[in-house]
Design a protein around this ligand. Structure first.
Ligand SMILES: Cc1ncc(COP(=O)(O)OP(=O)(O)O)c(N)n1
Ligand code: TZP
Ligand code: MG
Length: 557
């Protein structure tokens, strides 16, 4: 384990997570592993027992189903008083699949419509125990077994063996693994996390590589929806892996219940499992069980993320910042830039949006996807300054010259070609901007790079590029920019800081002002980027100086 003290969980009141699964009398998998995971990740676990297994670390001697009446009674009793934010489904008997699918399609759907909530449902298609014994004739055992769940799931998490069984094919290599996962996604109309932990020896020995197939994921960047990723970690050499799949799916459900989007929940759950595998122990003669290490906060436990359906950037390194940032104004005019430089600002950003920019602010304030709570009309929000062509280039040339004259760390937002052409100190790019940018050229030219992120998954993508800083946002609601994601809030910011501190300078952005500045600093973040708090002040220079003073006086524990 890392030497850091346990991180406070980025979860407020304990969200309720249900596990519908089998009891493992040995305590390492099934309901028992799920409840331990849910509890460890700051949620409250409720259990609906589907099957009772007489199981140790070496054998499964008997499996019995609960009656249909008992299964339904557990579901209905809980729904009336302790409705879930997320549900994990594990071991089911064949007859229980259609019973549960019907319950999800009727009772749970009705609850969701009445309460205007959305309940994530994660299916771990358990078929055998990790000692190798089949779970009696009680576990579904062929490709069609889970078809009643089509259209009802948020995610299915088969391992290699389960995927091959569900697909009815011989999966021989990574391409075959990906193709089978895609077919399953199609067939069950869901997202798939195909786990490669059990492929060892077939195509990967040193690493464990999972495939994540996504369709729409509300609350995440359009760039990270409807696409495929691989998630790779070094293989943890241990025999203590009983309950790994249960733990992973319960951890995903817990992270979703805690308000993370699916991509974040998956990488977080993988980190939780990797940490647990490193701390396993063996209470019996057979495979041991995972340790429980709390909220993941060690970067090396998180997987490497790669796009499977688009190019991945080559490994790069960008120059470190020359000075710590502190308060980082983001401005939309040369006049404001000059004013602030004269006031002594030493790190700032020129953010000129054109109407055609991807991610332009146009439309923010009236669209449902906007993080705004201001209700501003199109064109009246702050941070917009249409600029184009020659005028844009002239502004950037002038800004770079001003920045250089004042020896400032000036970042040019978005317009990386012009920044590169005219020798800017730095460039700031969002995740969407990265896809079209020549990052190698920027790195070769020694241009500093800042990258935006909106959660764990994007943090991992950002850190793989070894940037000069990583921005974390948006922390609070903002009317400056249309955001596809929800505000992260201080608890999540604290968790991101715990993960990345010491690796990269971290900049918080979004809705930060003099009222919340001290609370932001208390998370341990290195710097704050501000638009309105500076640019809309009566005197931007005075506002900057006051904010800088407040920042330096605020306490960072
Ligand atoms: C410091 C800092 N953080 C985040 C952003 C946002 O960049 P991006 O996501 O590309 O959005 P736009 O600013 O381009 O609309 C930023 N500019 N600066
Ligand atoms: C550009 C950007 N990226 C994430 S939030 C944001 C806007 C922050 O503006 P403000 O400081 O006015 O909330
Ligand atoms: Mg951008």
């Amino acid at each position: 384990m890392a030497s850091k003290a346990p991180a406070p969980l980025p979860v407020g009141a304990r969200p309720i997570v249900w596990t519908i699964a089998g009891s493992d009398s040995g305590g390492g998998a099934g309901i028992q592993a799920d409840l331990a995971t849910i509890q460890d990740l700051g949620c409250h676990g409720c259990s609906i027992i589907s099957q009772i297994t007489a199981q140790s670390s070496v054998a499964v001697s008997l499996v019995e189903s609960v009656s249909d009446a008992m299964l339904l009674a557990q579901l209905d009793t809980l729904l009336a008083d302790m409705p879930p934010r997320a549900i994990k489904i594990g071991l089911l008997g064949p007859g229980q699949v259609s019973l549960l699918a019907h319950w999800l399609a009727t009772r749970l759907a009705d609850y969701q419509a009445r309460s205007h909530t959305s309940v994530a449902v994660i299916l771990d298609p358990v078929m055998t125990a990790s000692c190798g014994d089949p779970l009696g004739t009680r576990a579904p055992a062929d490709g069609a077994s889970f078809d009643p769940f089509a259209g009802l799931l948020s995610l299915i998490t088969p391992n290699y063996a389960e995927l091959a069984l569900l697909d009815g094919s011989q999966v021989e290599d990574f391409a075959g693994f990906e193709a089978a996962a895609a077919r399953l996604a199609q067939r069950l109309q869901t997202r798939v996390l195909a786990k490669g932990g059990d492929v060892a020896g077939r195509w990967l020995a040193q690493e464990s590589c999972d495939i994540l197939i996504l369709d729409e994921v509300a609350g995440s960047s359009p760039l990270h929806q409807h696409c495929r990723f691989s998630l790779t970690s070094p293989r943890v050499a241990t025999a203590d892996h009983h309950g790994t799949g249960c733990t992973l799916s319960a951890a995903i459900a817990s992270a979703l219940a805690a308000g993370f989007v699916l991509q974040d929940a998956v990488v977080l759950a993988k980190a939780y499992v990797n940490a647990g595998l490193g701390q396993g122990y063996a209470p019996g003669a057979g495979a041991g069980v995972l340790g429980r290490c709390g909220w993941p906060q060690r970067l090396s436990d998180f997987p490497r993320v790669r796009y499977l359906d688009r190019d991945n950037p080559a490994p790069l390194a960008f120059p470190p910042l020359q000075r710590p940032i502190g308060v980082y104004p983001v401005v939309d005019s040369l006049a404001m830039l000059e004013t602030l430089l004269l006031a002594g600002v030493d790190t700032l950003q020129l953010r000129l949006k054109t109407d055609t920019d991807p991610g332009s602010d146009s439309g923010c304030g009236s669209g449902s996807g906007c993080g705004s709570d201001s209700g501003l009309d199109v064109g009246t929000e702050t941070g917009m300054a249409p600029a184009a062509g020659a005028a844009l280039e002239a502004d950037i040339v002038r800004a770079i010259a001003l920045g250089r004259d004042h020896q400032a760390q000036l970042f040019i937002n978005d317009h990386w070609q012009l920044a590169l052409k005219h020798g800017a100190y730095g460039v700031h790019l969002g995740q969407e901007d990265l896809a079209g940018a020549d990052l190698s050229a920027l790195a070769r030219a020694g241009v500093a790079l800042g990258i935006s992120s909106h959660g764990y998954f994007e943090l991992l993508l950002a850190r793989q590029l070894a940037p000069s800083y990583i921005a974390l946002g948006h922390i609070f609601p903002t009317s400056t920019k249309r955001m596809p994601s929800a505000p992260q809030g201080l608890d999540k910011l604290r968790a991101y800081v715990r993960l990345l501190e010491g690796h990269f300078p971290l900049v918080a952005i979004g809705g930060i002002d003099r009222h919340n500045l001290a609370a932001v600093k208390a998370t341990g973040v290195d710097a704050i980027a501000l638009v309105r708090a500076v640019t809309q002040a009566e005197s931007p220079a005075a506002a900057y100086l006051a904010l800088s003073l407040a920042w330096s006086e605020a306490v960072c524990p």
